[in-house]
Design a protein around this ligand. Structure first.
Ligand SMILES: [Zn+2]
Length: 235
Protein backbone atom coordinates (compact mmCIF):
# COMPACT_ATOMS: atom_id res chain seq x y z
CA UNK A 1 0.00 0.00 0.00
CA UNK A 2 1.31 3.46 -0.89
CA UNK A 3 0.79 5.82 2.00
CA UNK A 4 -0.11 9.44 1.40
CA UNK A 5 3.32 10.49 2.63
CA UNK A 6 5.03 7.92 0.38
CA UNK A 7 3.07 9.18 -2.60
CA UNK A 8 4.00 12.80 -1.95
CA UNK A 9 7.69 11.90 -1.58
CA UNK A 10 7.63 9.92 -4.84
CA UNK A 11 6.03 12.86 -6.64
CA UNK A 12 8.59 15.29 -5.18
CA UNK A 13 11.48 13.09 -6.32
CA UNK A 14 10.22 13.24 -9.92
CA UNK A 15 10.70 10.60 -12.58
CA UNK A 16 13.90 8.99 -13.85
CA UNK A 17 14.42 7.26 -17.20
CA UNK A 18 17.36 5.66 -19.00
CA UNK A 19 18.22 7.24 -22.37
CA UNK A 20 20.66 6.14 -25.04
CA UNK A 21 21.80 8.22 -28.02
CA UNK A 22 24.21 6.43 -30.39
CA UNK A 23 25.49 4.36 -27.46
CA UNK A 24 25.96 7.34 -25.12
CA UNK A 25 23.91 6.64 -22.01
CA UNK A 26 22.12 9.24 -19.89
CA UNK A 27 19.87 9.22 -16.86
CA UNK A 28 17.01 11.63 -17.48
CA UNK A 29 15.38 13.27 -14.48
CA UNK A 30 12.06 15.11 -14.75
CA UNK A 31 10.60 17.23 -11.99
CA UNK A 32 7.40 19.27 -12.25
CA UNK A 33 6.61 21.54 -15.16
CA UNK A 34 9.18 24.07 -16.41
CA UNK A 35 10.90 25.10 -19.64
CA UNK A 36 14.28 24.75 -17.87
CA UNK A 37 16.60 22.08 -19.31
CA UNK A 38 19.86 20.88 -17.73
CA UNK A 39 22.77 18.75 -18.88
CA UNK A 40 25.82 17.10 -17.32
CA UNK A 41 28.03 15.70 -20.09
CA UNK A 42 31.54 15.01 -18.71
CA UNK A 43 31.44 11.93 -16.44
CA UNK A 44 34.73 12.78 -14.66
CA UNK A 45 33.32 16.16 -13.54
CA UNK A 46 31.70 14.55 -10.52
CA UNK A 47 31.00 17.73 -8.57
CA UNK A 48 28.78 19.01 -11.39
CA UNK A 49 26.95 15.66 -11.57
CA UNK A 50 26.19 15.62 -7.84
CA UNK A 51 25.12 19.26 -7.77
CA UNK A 52 22.73 18.73 -10.70
CA UNK A 53 21.21 15.51 -9.29
CA UNK A 54 20.50 17.26 -5.98
CA UNK A 55 19.21 20.37 -7.77
CA UNK A 56 16.58 18.33 -9.63
CA UNK A 57 14.98 17.29 -6.33
CA UNK A 58 14.14 20.93 -5.56
CA UNK A 59 13.76 22.68 -8.93
CA UNK A 60 11.51 21.95 -11.91
CA UNK A 61 12.60 20.97 -15.39
CA UNK A 62 14.28 18.12 -17.24
CA UNK A 63 17.89 17.04 -16.82
CA UNK A 64 20.18 14.64 -18.68
CA UNK A 65 23.07 13.16 -16.66
CA UNK A 66 25.71 11.23 -18.56
CA UNK A 67 26.32 7.67 -17.36
CA UNK A 68 30.07 7.37 -17.84
CA UNK A 69 32.88 7.16 -15.27
CA UNK A 70 35.23 8.90 -17.70
CA UNK A 71 35.33 12.18 -19.58
CA UNK A 72 35.67 10.46 -22.95
CA UNK A 73 33.10 8.14 -24.49
CA UNK A 74 34.11 4.99 -26.33
CA UNK A 75 31.97 4.16 -29.38
CA UNK A 76 32.97 1.16 -31.49
CA UNK A 77 36.76 1.18 -31.00
CA UNK A 78 37.44 4.91 -30.72
CA UNK A 79 37.33 7.50 -27.95
CA UNK A 80 35.97 11.03 -28.17
CA UNK A 81 35.01 13.97 -25.97
CA UNK A 82 31.18 14.15 -25.94
CA UNK A 83 31.37 17.94 -25.90
CA UNK A 84 32.93 17.80 -29.36
CA UNK A 85 30.28 15.56 -30.94
CA UNK A 86 27.74 18.18 -31.98
CA UNK A 87 28.94 18.41 -35.57
CA UNK A 88 30.93 16.13 -37.86
CA UNK A 89 33.96 18.42 -38.28
CA UNK A 90 34.47 18.97 -34.57
CA UNK A 91 34.04 15.26 -33.88
CA UNK A 92 36.52 14.29 -36.62
CA UNK A 93 39.15 16.69 -35.23
CA UNK A 94 38.66 15.27 -31.76
CA UNK A 95 38.82 11.65 -32.99
CA UNK A 96 42.12 12.40 -34.75
CA UNK A 97 43.55 13.94 -31.59
CA UNK A 98 42.49 11.14 -29.22
CA UNK A 99 43.01 8.20 -31.62
CA UNK A 100 46.03 9.09 -33.76
CA UNK A 101 46.39 5.46 -34.85
CA UNK A 102 42.84 5.18 -36.24
CA UNK A 103 42.14 4.93 -39.96
CA UNK A 104 39.86 7.30 -41.82
CA UNK A 105 37.36 4.43 -42.25
CA UNK A 106 37.23 3.84 -38.49
CA UNK A 107 36.65 7.55 -37.85
CA UNK A 108 33.98 7.73 -40.54
CA UNK A 109 32.11 4.83 -38.92
CA UNK A 110 32.05 6.56 -35.51
CA UNK A 111 30.99 9.85 -37.13
CA UNK A 112 28.06 8.11 -38.85
CA UNK A 113 27.04 6.38 -35.62
CA UNK A 114 27.07 9.62 -33.60
CA UNK A 115 25.31 11.58 -36.38
CA UNK A 116 22.43 9.09 -36.38
CA UNK A 117 20.97 10.29 -33.04
CA UNK A 118 22.50 13.78 -32.86
CA UNK A 119 19.49 15.82 -33.95
CA UNK A 120 17.17 13.73 -31.79
CA UNK A 121 19.33 14.43 -28.74
CA UNK A 122 19.63 18.15 -29.57
CA UNK A 123 15.85 18.38 -30.04
CA UNK A 124 15.26 16.79 -26.63
CA UNK A 125 17.63 19.05 -24.68
CA UNK A 126 16.56 22.24 -26.52
CA UNK A 127 14.17 24.09 -24.19
CA UNK A 128 10.64 24.81 -25.42
CA UNK A 129 9.79 28.42 -26.29
CA UNK A 130 12.34 30.84 -24.87
CA UNK A 131 13.41 28.48 -22.07
CA UNK A 132 16.95 28.14 -20.77
CA UNK A 133 19.44 25.26 -21.09
CA UNK A 134 21.98 25.15 -18.24
CA UNK A 135 25.04 22.90 -18.65
CA UNK A 136 27.25 22.16 -15.64
CA UNK A 137 31.00 21.63 -15.95
CA UNK A 138 34.04 21.45 -13.66
CA UNK A 139 37.60 22.27 -14.52
CA UNK A 140 40.73 20.76 -13.02
CA UNK A 141 43.48 21.49 -15.52
CA UNK A 142 43.73 25.26 -15.43
CA UNK A 143 40.90 26.08 -17.84
CA UNK A 144 39.36 29.39 -16.74
CA UNK A 145 37.36 32.43 -17.83
CA UNK A 146 40.64 33.90 -19.10
CA UNK A 147 40.66 31.31 -21.93
CA UNK A 148 37.25 32.54 -23.13
CA UNK A 149 37.87 36.30 -22.97
CA UNK A 150 39.56 36.61 -26.41
CA UNK A 151 36.59 34.96 -28.18
CA UNK A 152 33.81 36.68 -26.19
CA UNK A 153 31.64 39.64 -27.19
CA UNK A 154 31.45 40.93 -23.59
CA UNK A 155 33.13 40.11 -20.29
CA UNK A 156 32.23 40.76 -16.64
CA UNK A 157 34.94 39.90 -14.11
CA UNK A 158 33.37 40.33 -10.67
CA UNK A 159 35.59 37.68 -9.05
CA UNK A 160 38.95 37.96 -10.81
CA UNK A 161 40.59 35.96 -8.00
CA UNK A 162 38.37 32.97 -8.83
CA UNK A 163 38.77 32.68 -12.61
CA UNK A 164 37.81 28.97 -12.64
CA UNK A 165 34.23 29.82 -11.59
CA UNK A 166 32.20 31.53 -14.32
CA UNK A 167 29.15 31.62 -16.55
CA UNK A 168 29.29 31.47 -20.35
CA UNK A 169 26.03 32.72 -21.94
CA UNK A 170 24.70 32.93 -25.48
CA UNK A 171 21.96 35.53 -24.83
CA UNK A 172 22.78 39.17 -24.11
CA UNK A 173 19.73 39.70 -21.87
CA UNK A 174 20.95 36.88 -19.58
CA UNK A 175 24.49 38.27 -19.56
CA UNK A 176 23.16 41.74 -18.67
CA UNK A 177 21.34 40.34 -15.63
CA UNK A 178 24.35 38.25 -14.57
CA UNK A 179 26.45 41.43 -14.54
CA UNK A 180 24.57 42.37 -11.36
CA UNK A 181 25.73 39.11 -9.71
CA UNK A 182 29.04 38.64 -7.84
CA UNK A 183 30.20 36.09 -10.47
CA UNK A 184 32.41 36.11 -13.56
CA UNK A 185 30.67 35.85 -16.93
CA UNK A 186 31.33 35.98 -20.66
CA UNK A 187 28.90 36.49 -23.52
CA UNK A 188 29.30 34.51 -26.77
CA UNK A 189 26.22 35.46 -28.76
CA UNK A 190 28.00 35.39 -32.11
CA UNK A 191 30.18 32.28 -32.14
CA UNK A 192 33.67 33.03 -33.47
CA UNK A 193 36.52 30.81 -34.49
CA UNK A 194 36.41 27.23 -35.68
CA UNK A 195 33.30 25.11 -35.52
CA UNK A 196 34.66 22.90 -32.75
CA UNK A 197 31.66 20.62 -32.19
CA UNK A 198 30.98 21.99 -28.70
CA UNK A 199 27.44 22.41 -27.42
CA UNK A 200 27.86 26.10 -26.54
CA UNK A 201 28.72 27.02 -30.15
CA UNK A 202 26.03 24.74 -31.56
CA UNK A 203 23.36 26.31 -29.35
CA UNK A 204 24.78 29.80 -29.95
CA UNK A 205 24.37 29.34 -33.70
CA UNK A 206 20.79 28.15 -33.16
CA UNK A 207 19.94 31.17 -30.95
CA UNK A 208 19.04 28.94 -28.02
CA UNK A 209 19.27 30.52 -24.54
CA UNK A 210 22.22 28.59 -23.15
CA UNK A 211 24.48 28.96 -20.10
CA UNK A 212 27.59 26.96 -19.17
CA UNK A 213 28.16 26.98 -15.43
CA UNK A 214 31.84 26.22 -14.76
CA UNK A 215 33.48 25.82 -11.38
CA UNK A 216 36.71 24.22 -10.22
CA UNK A 217 36.18 20.55 -9.39
CA UNK A 218 35.31 20.00 -5.72
CA UNK A 219 33.66 23.40 -5.29
CA UNK A 220 30.15 22.02 -4.84
CA UNK A 221 29.01 24.84 -2.53
CA UNK A 222 30.01 27.46 -5.09
CA UNK A 223 28.39 25.60 -7.99
CA UNK A 224 25.16 25.14 -5.99
CA UNK A 225 25.17 28.84 -5.08
CA UNK A 226 25.68 29.87 -8.71
CA UNK A 227 22.94 27.65 -10.17
CA UNK A 228 20.52 28.86 -7.49
CA UNK A 229 21.43 32.46 -8.37
CA UNK A 230 20.34 31.69 -11.95
CA UNK A 231 17.05 30.19 -10.75
CA UNK A 232 16.26 33.26 -8.63
CA UNK A 233 17.31 35.92 -11.12
CA UNK A 234 16.70 34.72 -14.68
CA UNK A 235 13.30 34.19 -16.31
ZN1 LIG B 1 33.24 19.68 -18.91
Amino acid sequence: MITRRGFVLAAAAGAAAAKNYSGIRFRQLSHGKSSRRYLWIHGDETTAGSVLAAHMKRFNGKAWLVQSPTRVIKTLTLQFDPNRMFNDDGLDKNLRRLNPQASQAERAQVIRTVAKDREKFLAEITPPGDGLLIVLHNNARGYSVNDEIPISAAVSLKAPGEPNDFFLCTRRSDFDKIQSSPYNAVLQDEPRGDEDGSLSRTMGRRYVRYINLETAIGRADKQREMIEWLESNLP
